[in-house]
Structure formats: structure tokens, C-alpha cells
Design a protein. Structure first.
Lengths: 505, 151
């Protein structure tokens, strides 16, 4: 309780609140520009938080994150294209509803669903994360090693794309993580005699290179995008009382979708981009009149928007309590915590209670700001889409370079940005999972450390299997890989049959 | 050659190179596992999976994707420009290099050619943004950007 009061006191400072407002605005802007993702927004705003204290910095990042998750709905509803992948399912009903002449209603329902989803996700986060961490505090080096192996294999096998490539991406990331000084003995590894390489590659330029820079270039080569027009004169206002009444009439859907989102978010390997589609699907199957879905029903918007926001609360549970992020965006948030010198994991809640509660508070306050700012600023955010891509890209490139430079004040890190921009771009072209790669970079050194501590403590390798929790985690690792192999085979069979049908017709 | 096969071969070469490099790691015989153990373990796993990827690429028929009309070359031009930009930073300083760099990027990704007059506003806003960003980083965030020889 005392800690909570201290956190409240720490966070209710004018500058911290202002930072969250700025973060939310930045997040919504990135969220509503199609082609720009939340991951990119977090990567690019992170450098600005470097000069701040940990709580202020993380508050800013929370704002960006939550703002980004709901910003996608503006372009999803009004233009029919999702501003971020996590607003994909919002277009299914949001756009038809706007076409039916109710843009105000679509936006208001989407926004309130985002808000309520965030709040429910936040409550579950506050209850579940400390519980999970008290359980995980008994973990020894064996359990941590197995947990990280599981986290990496899960993101590789349950995430998008091919299993082998996912695992390769994760391992490659781990190898990149070994470059620099060895964590146990201080021996130089693969530094090629360079002083700059002694500390290895800094997270930040690697993250910016992989998630922002390479992403940006894929946008740059697309050339001319079709001009999207929206009639600016249409009234976008919709009374709050009516919105709440509408929401209340589908309260089961709101709560169910939020919990679907939390569950998907908490699972390793899946995030808000999967949560919104799955939740839409669940809502459609459970609905009494599923035929209405896709024609502009409010339940479709509610399902998608409450799930994509609540999944963020869910995703923070394993990230904070175990130090294992499950999706690209949470990998970025974990990077943000690490850059501020915070090591998430079981000891986090015990050693930094004020900061931990502060993060929870920042989550809720950002959700409230998101609701207010987006309610009043929708016209402004819609205008952002008029700014041409060929103007935005150069600005963002400069932000990438500045951000990479800022972490250590050295030009070397811009070279790192370039290197990982190229690596990220090539990996994306060959459809390797970027999230798995970055998770490997972040977890690699920890995995190695735990492996070496475990074996130094007791050279008996069977302990990894005979210690119950460690054994179960390794079993889950095997299961997730087997599951991925089975779905892969099924997928190929289906592809083959569909090919033959194509040939016959 | 499919993309997977190229990726597999590149990864194998990568593993061989770094495995050879790992022999240079100073192995102090103090602990059960040496500093070279983990990187080597990871490299061996990568190599095994890379071989699987190559074998797979022979078994699976490559699905032919329709080529999108994308200007692939632009990406590599931007990479090269970024390298030149980094090299120029110490000479010209942050503001001048950045402005030249993003102006060139702006001009090459323009979807259609229009008279220069139309770009004056965009380009001057790029200049303003560069200056504002450098002021924020230098004065608020205490980051010392390369000054160059002119200042």
C-alpha cells in the first residue's frame, strides 16, 4: 500500500502526465498511418525517453503503445484500410458502418471498446503479473534456461510463417547476442579487435534497424499509393450516452472479447495482430445472428477493438513477471525497459515495487488519455493521412539515425543501424520472423548465462529434465515444435490439393 | 535457386566463418563450459537447420508469386546513401549532412515528377524538422551531435 502511494505520487507529476499525453498522440499518429506500425512507433520514440528517468521514460512508452493500438481504428473505419495490423478485423464491420452513413457511431464504439478493453486488460495484468512472479521466484538457473528456450521456440513455432525459418531467426538473434564480451569471464568474442564491439551491439540500433528502418524501406519502394479520400464535411460526432447504451447492449461481447484478447496476448508467439482477428471470429460464432457480421454491426467493431487493446495488458503479464515477451511489440517494450536499466522478471516486483506499480498506473492513465485525445482529435488524426509518404519517410529515416546515435553518443551505432536495416530487410524478403530474431538478440545472453550457471553449479545435465518445472517447460517446447510441424504438413497438403484443382479448371 | 536455398547457403557460410573465428576466443579453463561453448552450440544448430532448409527447398515446389510492381533498386540506393551520410557526418556536421541526405531520399522516392516549385515547402519543412530535432536532442536530451568542420 505504501508502495502504491509512492507510485501514485511519482506518476502524478505534471511532466510525467504531459509525457504520456505526448506519447499517446505520437502513438495514435503512427497507428493511423497505414504502413507504419506500433512496433515502429515504440522503436522511434524510445530514444526520446533515454534522457528521462525510468518511470517517466516508461510512461512515455506506455502512452505510445496504447495510443498506437487504438489509432489503427481511425483509418480502419473511415478509409477501410487498417492503420496497423492489429486493426485488421476492425475494417470488416467498421468500414461498412461508415458507408451506411454512421461514421460517428463506428468511431465512438471503436474508441470506447478500445478503452474498456484496455481497462479490463490492465486489471487482469495488475492481478496476474505479481502472482505469476511470486510463483516464478522459486526458479533456478535450470528453469530460467528452459523458460527462455520455450519462449524462443514458441515465438518461432506459433508465430507467423515457417517453423524452420522461425527457429533459424531466433538462433541467429542469439548468436548476434554473443558478440562482445562474454558475460561470465569477460573474454572477448568475435570483436575483430574493435573497441566499439567490446560491449556488443546495443539493443536500440538493432531494434530500430530491424523494426523501423527495414520496414520503412519496404514502404519506400512501393511507389505511388492510391489517394484515399474521405469526405471531411461529414459529422463525426456521436453522443457518449448513446455510445454507452450501445456498448451496454453488447456487454457480453465486450467482456468476452477482452478476455480473448488477454489470453492471446499472454500466450507466447501471438499478439494484438492475431488477437483482433481471432476475437472477431469468436464473436461471430457465438453471435445469435452471425450473418450480420461484415455488414456493419457494432458487435464486429467491439470484438476487434476491445481484443486488440486488452491483448496488450495480457502481453505485459509474461513480459514483466517472467521477462519473456511474446510478440514483436512486447519485445520492443522489453527493450525499452532494458534500455532504462530495468530487468523484468520474477525479482522485478520485489526489488522495484514503486516502479512496477508506476508502470501499472501509467497503463491506466494512458488508456484514459487515449480516450480523451482521440475523442477530440479525430479530425486532426485523419488529416495526417494527407501527408504524403515521400515526405514522412525522410523524416522517419532521420529519426532512426538520431535515435541510434543518441544511445551512446557515437557514430558507430548508426553503422549498426545500417547493418541491421540490411539484415532485417533481407530477412523480411526471405520471410524470416523478425520478432523471433529480436527476441533471440535480447534473450540470448540471459539464456547463455543461465545455462552456464546451471552447469557450473551442478554438471549433471539430466537436471534440466528431472527438475519438474524445467522439465514441463522443455516438454512444452517440444510440443510447440511438434504442433508447428503438424500444422505445416497440413498446410502443405491443402496447398497441394488446391493447386491440382487450379490445374483442372 | 529459390530464396530459401540462397538463405540456407548464406547461413552455412556464415556458420563456417564464425565457427573458425570462435577458435580465436580466449578459452580460460576456469569453468565447466568455456566462453566459446555457447556460440558454437548456436552455430551448430543454425548449420543443422540451414541444411534442413536447403533440403526442404528441393522437396517443396516453389510457389510462384506474381511480381509486384515495386522499385526494388530504391532500397539499395537508400542503404548506400545512408552509408555515405554516416561517412559525411564528421565532416559536414549533423544538420548539413542530414538535410542533404533526406533531400536526396525525398527526391528519389517521389512518385511523380513535378516542377521544383512545388517542393519548396516540403523541402524547407524538412530543413526545419532537421534543425528542431537537433535542438531537441542537443538541448533537452543532452546528446552531442557531430558538429562538423564548419561550426
Amino acid at each position: 500500500m505504501e508502495n502504491l502511494l509512492m507510485s501514485i505520487q511519482a506518476i502524478l507529476q505534471w511532466d510525467t502526465l504531459l509525457l504520456m499525453v505526448v506519447g499517446v498522440i505520437a502513438g495514435i499518429i503512427f497507428g493511423c498511418i497505414p504502413g507504419f506500425t506500433i512496433t515502429m512507433a515504440v522503436a522511434l520514440t524510445l530514444p526520446f525517453s533515454l534522457g528521462l528517468g525510468p518511470l517517466e521514460g516508461i510512461s512515455l512508452m506506455m502512452g505510445v503503445w496504447l495510443g498506437g493500438a487504438s489509432g489503427g481504428l481511425i483509418s480502419a473505419c473511415l478509409l477501410g484500410i487498417p492503420g496497423t495490423p492489429s486493426a485488421m478485423a476492425t475494417t470488416f464491420d467498421g468500414y461498412p458502418m461508415v458507408k451506411k452513413g454512421e461514421p460517428g457511431k463506428a468511431l465512438a464504439i471503436g474508441l470506447w471498446s478500445s478503452f474498456i478493453g484496455s481497462i479490463i486488460g490492465g486489471i487482469v495484468l495488475v492481478l496476474a503479473a505479481p502472482l505469476l512472479s511470486t510463483w516464478a521466484i522459486k526458479f533456478g538457473a535450470w528453469e530460467f534456461f528452459s523458460l527462455m528456450v520455450f519462449g524462443l521456440s514458441a515465438i518461432a513455432s506459433l508465430g507467423e510463417g515457417n517453423l524452420i525459418k522461425g527457429l533459424l531467426a531466433g538462433l541467429l538473434g542469439m548468436f548476434i547476442g554473443t558478440i562482445g564480451t562474454d558475460p561470465m569471464l569477460g573474454v572477448e568474442r568475435f570483436t575483430f579487435g574493435s573497441v566499439e564491439m567490446l560491449s556488443g551491439f546495443a539493443f536500440l540500433p538493432v531494434l530500430i534497424g530491424v523494426f523501423a528502418f527495414s520496414q520503412l524501406l519496404s514502404e519506400a519502394k512501393k511507389g505511388k499509393k492510391e489517394k484515399l479520400e474521405f469526405n471531411q464535411d461529414v459529422s463525426l460526432s456521436y453522443p457518449i450516452s448513446k455510445t454507452l447504451k450501445n456498448m451496454l447492449s453488447s456487454w457480453v461481447n465486450v467482456i468476452r472479447s477482452s478476455f480473448v484478447g488477454i489470453f492471446i496476448g499472454a500466450l507466447p508467439g501471438a499478439g494484438s495482430s492475431i488477437a483482433n482477428i481471432l476475437s472477431y471470429d469468436v464473436a461471430k460464432k457465438m453471435s445469435r445472428n452471425p450473418k450480420k457480421f461484415g455488414t456493419g454491426t457494432q458487435d464486429g467493431i467491439i470484438a476487434a477493438e476491445s481484443a486488440n487493446n486488452s491483448s496488450e495488458g495480457g502481453a505485459l503479464i509474461p513480459t514483466l513477471a517472467l521477462g519473456i515477451p511474446g510478440s514483436a511489440v512486447t519485445v520492443m517494450m522489453m527493450g525499452a525497459l532494458l534500455v532504462h536499466g530495468i530487468q523484468p522478471g520474477p525479482y522485478f516486483f520485489v526489488s522495484e515495487p514503486v516502479l512496477a506499480y508506476g508502470i501499472f498506473l501509467a497503463f491506466f492513465i494512458s488508456a484514459i488519455f487515449m480516450l480523451i485525445i482521440q475523442s477530440f482529435g479525430i479530425k486532426f488524426f485523419l488529416k495526417i493521412n494527407d501527408v504524403p509518404m515521400h515526405f514522412l519517410i525522410p523524416v522517419v529515416i532521420i529519426l532512426c539515425a538520431l535515435g541510434s546515435f543518441a544511445i551512446n553518443n557515437r557514430v558507430f551505432d548508426i553503422w549498426v543501424l545500417l547493418l541491421f536495416g540490411v539484415v532485417g530487410y533481407l530477412m523480411k524478403q526471405a520471410s524470416f520472423s523478425l520478432a523471433a530474431f529480436v527476441l533471440g538478440v535480447i534473450l540470448g545472453p540471459l539464456t547463455e548465462e543461465n545455462l552456464r550457471i546451471a552447469i557450473t553449479t551442478n554438471p549433471d545435465l539430466t537436471l534440466f529434465i528431472t527438475r519438474p518445472i524445467s522439465g514441463v517447460l522443455l516438454l512444452l517446447t517440444v510440443l510447440s515444435i511438434v504442433y508447428a510441424i503438424i500444422t505445416d504438413i497440413r498446410h502443405n497438403k491443402r496447398m497441394n490439393t488446391s493447386n491440382t484443382i487450379d490445374l483442372n479448371t | 535457386m529459390t530464396k530459401d536455398r540462397i538463405a540456407g547457403v548464406v547461413l552455412l557460410v556464415f556458420c563456417l566463418f564464425f565457427y573458425y573465428q570462435s577458435k580465436l576466443i580466449d578459452i580460460k579453463d576456469l569453468t565447466e563450459i568455456t566462453a566459446a561453448f555457447f556460440p558454437r552450440l548456436v552455430l551448430v544448430l543454425i548449420a543443422i537447420l540451414a541444411v534442413v532448409l536447403i533440403i526442404q527447398s528441393f522437396l517443396k515446389k516453389e510457389k510462384k508469386k506474381e511480381e509486384k510492381k515495386e522499385k526494388e533498386g530504391i532500397v539499395w540506393v537508400i542503404f548506400a546513401l545512408l552509408a555515405l551520410y554516416i561517412l559525411s557526418l564528421d565532416l559536414l556536421g549533423f544538420i548539413i549532412s542530414s538535410f542533404i541526405f533526406i533531400t536526396i531520399v525525398y527526391l528519389i522516392i517521389l512518385p511523380e515528377k513535378r516542377p521544383i516549385k512545388n517542393h519548396v515547402i516540403s523541402l524547407s519543412s524538412l530543413l526545419v524538422i532537421t534543425i528542431v530535432l537537433s535542438l531537441i536532442f542537443q538541448n533537452v536530451l543532452n546528446v552531442f551531435l557531430p558538429k562538423g568542420i564548419f561550426f
